[in-house]
Design a protein around this ligand. Structure first.
Ligand code: ATP
Ligand code: MG
Length: 340
């Protein structure tokens, strides 16, 4: 018994999460969700719905953030994240994270935060160059608090988040060297597809980019998106030889079509100019629809059960808050601010 308990408490911890800014898409699945479903059996996994972070660039739209919490939770359950194995929590309901963020802000410079390549890209994308909300600029610091308050060893994320984990490691090293060893340095675990492109050819599929295929898209929506996908722009006729590398239609075929012979045949004929875009896209539609069908169905099972959904969030958040409180006690002690 004792042995078993210590084995359990020794299991390594995962922290990861998503911004409630919309429904989840294929990029989330291959970048992070797939790993979470796999690892929830062997890790003590915490998954955060990061509403505080979502508000940093959606502060004028709290209704969207609130409504998206439910969508993100439904997507988790639909892909197989099991709330009996994974603790699902809402970030803003754990004020200790905000508290830790304040102390971390002392350990980074403005210059360092603004050098983060993902933050740089996002500032451009969101047209924040001339007036940058301070809360948005600091979100990587808040993310360091998210990860470390749960003392996570591993963070399954897409490639765009790797600079955040690097920054978190720097903050941990600085904290530990100033105040004593409190935190572990977390590691990023990037999915088998590091960055799934969008249906418009943009290098990243993103909720806020309007170029996503959602896990909950209906068959009709999926068909419309796939048939309208960006392919090789230089190919005008089906008899023109086309480019396969970097072509999102073929990237998706490689990732989601289990019939590898079919994919090879399509690539071969595309390069020779003996297959039309329509056939390539129709076959992709079939493969994606087969992949999404069971996910859509599982989502429906949960959709009408608001009571169960609320309970999952409430139980998970309470459990997570207890862990966060324990960590903050250690932090307060280490920083000599545990007055009474
Ligand atoms: P937003 O546009 O609001 O930032 P997003 O689509 O980027 O939304 P996030 O909630 O920021 O989604 O990211 C959740 C997780 O999914 C992160 O680990 C991120 O790296 C990963 N991810 C997001 N988009 C992709 C993608 N296209 N390919 C691989 N991983 C991705
Ligand atoms: Mg993002």
């Amino acid at each position: 018994m004792d042995n078993k308990q210590s084995l359990l408490s020794d299991s390594k911890r995962i922290l990861t999460g998503d911004r409630p800014t919309g429904k989840m898409h294929l990029g989330h699945y291959v970048g992070s969700l797939k790993n979470r479903v796999k690892l929830q059996d062997s890790y003590d996994q915490f998954v955060m719905i990061a509403d505080v972070q979502a508000l940093t660039d959606n502060f004028e739209n709290p209704e969207k953030v609130r409504a998206s919490i439910r969508e993100v939770l439904l997507d988790y359950l639909a892909v197989g994240i099991d709330p009996t194995k994974t603790t699902i929590l809402i970030q803003s309901m754990i004020p200790e994270i905000a508290e830790l963020t304040v102390y971390y802000l002392n350990l980074v410079t403005l210059e360092r935060v603004l050098r983060n390549p993902t933050v740089k890209d996002e500032i451009k994308q969101k047209r924040f160059e001339k007036s940058l909300p301070a809360g948005f600029a600091m979100y990587p610091v808040s993310q360091a608090a998210d990860i470390t308050i749960f003392n996570a060893d591993l963070v399954p994320v897409g490639e765009d988040q790797v600079p955040m984990i690097e920054q978190t490691r720097e903050i941990v090293r600085k904290f530990n060297s100033l105040y004593g060893d409190v935190f572990v340095e977390p590691e990023a675990l990037v999915g088998e597809v590091k960055r799934l492109p969008g249906i418009d050819g943009n290098s990243k599929m993103g909720k806020s980019l309007g170029n996503a295929i959602y896990l909950s898209d209906s068959e009709e929506e999926l068909k419309k998106k796939v048939m309208g996908m960006y392919t090789d722009p230089t190919r005008i006729h089906a008899t023109d030889p086309g480019k396969v590398e970097g072509n999102p239609v073929f990237i998706y075929h490689d990732v989601f079509n289990p019939d590898k012979d079919e994919v090879e045949d399509l690539k071969d004929r595309y390069q020779k100019g003996t297959v039309g875009d329509v056939e390539v896209k129709e076959k992709l539609f079939v493969a994606l629809n087969d992949f999404l069908k069971p996910i859509r169905e599982r989502r429906k099972d949960f959709e009408n059960n608001s009571e169960e959904l609320n309970k999952i969030l409430k139980v998970g958040t309470e459990k997570a808050r207890n862990v966060a409180k324990e960590t903050m006690q250690k932090v307060r002690k280490a920083m000599k601010i545990d007055y009474f």
